[in-house]
Design a protein around this ligand. Structure first.
Ligand code: ADE
Length: 225
């Protein structure tokens, strides 16, 4: 998979890709991530990427020309499955969307800033608009990092133990069950006895019941789907 991220703040995106699972995925060539600084696609001396709104109103709007130049250059080099725009008015990211995107070959992610982009960018280039939640960030970069993390860890081979992604919360529309490790007894706080029974069928059944109960208590909306 190849991910091209268009941003005015590439430095904000560097650290999430320089550690742990994302770093390993890149080093193992399971994913390529490229950052494109929008200011490199400007034509004026000030490297302007935004301007005031037509019709008046507070806040700057990201201009279409540098974005067009960048996206068109990328599209001339290869085919893209999706051109995603990170925006609070997009569809809220969920596990199903991450699963779907993890199967794609090439995607572009455009990070918005200020009031957002000229509507014509959305009309002409964008195939998916994604929000990471009902709150407003200063820009799309942190959202793009969240999206990339959720997607990249699902690419086959990225997680050491491939089954571990399958038992994550949300994978079956259920939250994950409680988990425990050593010591068995800590200050008198004990691990459920059943987990030492050696009866794998019983343990599995217990985990399923726990996952269901936890979902019912905390996120009943997930059970409605
Ligand atoms: N840009 C600003 N807020 C955002 C959000 N909630 N999700 C994605 N991109 C954003």
């Amino acid at each position: 998979m190849r991910i091209d991220i268009i941003t005015v703040l590439p430095e904000l995106l560097e650290s999430p890709f320089s550690a742990s699972i994302l770093k390993r995925a890149i080093e193992a060539n399971l994913v390529e991530v490229h950052f494109h600084n929008l200011r490199d696609y400007t034509t004026d001396n000030y490297k302007s990427i935004d301007d005031t709104q037509f019709g008046g109103g507070a806040g700057m709007v990201m201009m279409i020309e540098p974005i067009d130049k960048c996206i068109s250059k990328l599209k001339a080099e290869r085919q893209y499955d999706e051109v995603i725009y990170m925006t609070p008015d997009g569809k809220t990211l969920n596990q199903g969307m991450a699963n779907h995107l993890s199967l794609k070959e090439n995607i572009i992610i455009l990070c918005g800033h200020y009031k957002g982009v000229d509507q014509r960018v959305r009309d002409q280039f964008i195939t998916k608009e994604i929000s990471i939640g009902d709150y407003v960030l200063s820009g799309g970069e942190l959202g793009a990092a969240v999206l990339c993390d959720a997607v990249i860890r699902l690419i086959p081979g990225v997680l050491g133990n491939e089954t571990s992604a399958l038992t994550d919360s949300f994978q079956d529309n259920l939250l994950a069950p409680p988990i425990y490790t050593r010591p068995r007894d800590y200050k008198g706080w004990e691990v459920p006895e059943l987990l030492f029974s050696g009866n794998h069928a019983k343990i599995e059944k217990w985990r399923e019941e726990q996952a269901y109960q936890r979902t019912k208590d905390r996120r009943p909306d997930l059970l409605e789907d």
